[in-house]
Design a binder for this molecule. Structure first.
Ligand code: NAI
Ligand code: MG
Length: 358
């Protein structure tokens, strides 16, 4: 029987609660399927580890997980550790060296969930946002001098490379081509940012020639927020820079009902390194330990992980189970306006997986 080795890194806050739920669901799914199993290796890296060891993960951390089939990640962030330390010390310390340059964020309105958009009943909003995940505004280039003095200077330089832009735009065109509508929107800001974003636009136009069956258009990022809100049905696959897509995907998550549902996959398409699967949300200090974190985002990203592993039927089975559960408002957690707990939603998804005989 095929065994997938998965590095589980729950990290902080509700990350710990939702990854535990995700592992239970994946084990139940593997048992139901009967053709593969998971071997989870657990890593206690994160803010507590930082408080003891002064680092978010050990120096050989990446070495310990580089041969796993995938990484199942919770969230980082603690109220008493600066966010740039937790983010750069763990999540970005994995994404960037493992060259997980394609960040894939599906968004749609699941059964039983109401969009805050009053003209949207469900099927009008069905997107995949592709975020550049290795350079751009989050390249980490910059510095500070004369700290604390009136003449202090600080820079964050956005770095875009032709190869980096080409590969993400190409990935997005391929993804758009694989979806029924074959429709891609390239988000830009080349009116105000006249160097890198102009190169971004030029590369999009070049790559488009290799995908004559994909319809594509270009949209300034500010106007894009309006289009997502007012005309969601005109969008399908979306590609944007690291910063732009970071912001747009939180908007997308809100329009689809809740951040507690939104999944994401950090993909290394060449499979030189393992890819990493995580909910979009953070560690949510405000609800940590209350047992009410919505685990649906984690279950959905588990579907993305299964697809990446080549287990499409199992991914579909899990997604059907998730949709059966979201369709029942008595199984909604408080972020969706319900009263259900993480435990109840997890048990219901496990029961739905077990009962699915398709
Ligand atoms: P957050 O995503 O943790 O929470 C935002 C709001 O959404 C909170 O009210 C929270 O209760 C709610 N929420 C999020 N996920 C939920 C879920 N599964 N179920 C129910 N409600 C949910 O973002 P926030 O508050 O801005 O950041 C908290 C910490 O998380 C910070 O330290 C931040 O840096 C970190 N963070 C980490 C991310 C990551 O690891 N990828 C992503 C975003 C934030
Ligand atoms: Mg974000």
């Amino acid at each position: 029987m095929k065994t997938y080795s998965i590095a589980a890194i729950p990290a902080d806050g509700i990350g710990i609660e939702v990854i535990a739920a995700g592992i239970e669901v994946l084990d139940a799914l593997a048992e139901k399927t009967g053709s593969f199993r998971f071997k989870f290796d657990h890593f206690d890296w994160g803010s507590d580890y930082y408080k003891t060891h002064g680092v978010m993960m050990p120096a050989d951390g990446r070495e310990q997980i580089k041969d796993h089939d995938a990484i199942f990640f919770g969230a980082v962030g603690a109220p008493d550790v600066p966010d740039h330390i937790t983010l750069w010390g763990l999540r970005l310390a994995i994404c960037q060296p493992f060259d997980q340059y394609a960040n894939v964020r599906p968004t749609r309105i699941l059964p039983g969930i109401t969009s805050p958009l009053r003209h949207v009943s469900g099927p009008e909003l069905n997107w995949v946002i592709v975020r550049e995940n290795s350079e751009g505004e989050y390249a980490g280039v910059g510095g500070r001098v004369h700290q604390g003095h009136p003449n202090e200077v600080a820079t964050d330089v956005s770095m875009m490379t032709r190869s980096g832009v080409d590969r993400i735009i190409r990935f997005a065109f391929k993804l758009a081509q694989s979806r029924p509508r074959k429709l891609l929107t390239v988000v830009t800001k080349s009116n105000a940012q006249r160097h890198a974003m102009v190169m971004w636009d030029e590369i999009a136009a070049e790559v488009a020639k290799d995908f004559p069956d994909v319809t594509w258009d270009k949209m300034l990022v500010d106007a894009m927020t309006m289009r997502m809100t007012m005309k969601p049905e005109t969008l399908d696959t979306i590609v944007a820079t690291n910063l732009h897509a970071d912001i747009l995907s939180d908007l997308a998550a809100a329009l689809a009902g809740s951040l507690g549902i939104a999944p994401t996959a950090n993909i290394n398409p060449e499979r030189t390194y393992p890819s990493m699967f995580e909910p979009i949300h953070g560690s949510a200090f405000d609800i940590t330990g209350k047992g009410i974190a919505n685990p649906i985002a984690t279950f959905w990203t588990a579907c993305q992980m299964l697809e990446h592993l080549g287990e499409k039927p199992a991914a579909d089975r899990l997604m059907r189970a998730v949709e059966r559960v979201t369709a029942d408002p008595s199984l909604h957690t408080p972020d969706l306006g319900g009263k259900a707990t993480t435990r109840q939603v997890t048990d219901a998804v496990i029961a739905a997986v077990q009962g699915d005989n398709e």
